[in-house]
Design a protein around this ligand. Structure first.
Ligand SMILES: [Zn+2]
Length: 174
């Protein structure tokens, strides 16, 4: 587990990367639109890159050789650089922590069924708040919207450009 300082340091890196980027999208190792030779297998999670996207599947080992490269989600997990951060806060969560975390886990499971690159990286208590890091901003957005739908409260979403960090804030005080 990283402390608060190192987590914000990592996030600062991502935002710095965004500022320094001049249309060089292929330089971003987390860019999901990046092309790989087909088939490519992720040695960490066994996803296969085929037909232009990472998916669950099998590759028949053959003499032609199979390319190996970490998928964008594993790269984020290895480097601990999230694509989405959800911050849940307000006194409402103190008595309903498990109920809310169940919503989070259910949304992640539903997303993973079709989108294996959308994963939760960590769930951490931050004093009175809960931080959820995801590999993908869409999953962070989905989690925030599901919690708002179930628990009301106030939701705000700051979407990242392309694959940059998306921040989702949800709060309910009463
Ligand atoms: Zn992977």
């Amino acid at each position: 587990m990283l402390g608060e300082t190192s987590v914000s340091g990592v996030i600062g890196m991502v935002e710095g990367e965004k500022r320094g980027r001049l249309g060089g999208r292929s330089l971003n190792p987390y860019y999901e639109g990046r092309k790989y030779p087909e088939p490519t297998v992720c040695p960490r999670c066994d996803l296969v890159y085929r037909n232009g996207r990472w998916q669950v599947g099998e590759v028949q080992e053959s003499g032609r050789g199979v390319n190996r490269s970490h998928c964008p989600a594993c790269r984020r997990e290895i480097d601990r650089i999230p694509g989405g951060i959800v911050l849940l806060s307000g006194s409402y969560i103190s008595d309903r922590r498990e109920e809310i975390l169940n919503i989070v886990r259910n949304q992640a499971a539903a997303a993973a069924a079709n989108r294996p690159l959308q994963r939760i990286m960590w769930i951490e208590d931050k004093g009175d708040a809960i931080e959820i890091a995801t590999t993908d901003g869409h999953l962070a957005t989905r989690i925030g919207k599901a919690i708002e739908a179930a628990c009301k409260g106030t939701l705000s979403i700051k979407r990242g450009h392309e694959d940059q960090l998306t921040r989702v804030y949800w709060e309910r005080k009463d």
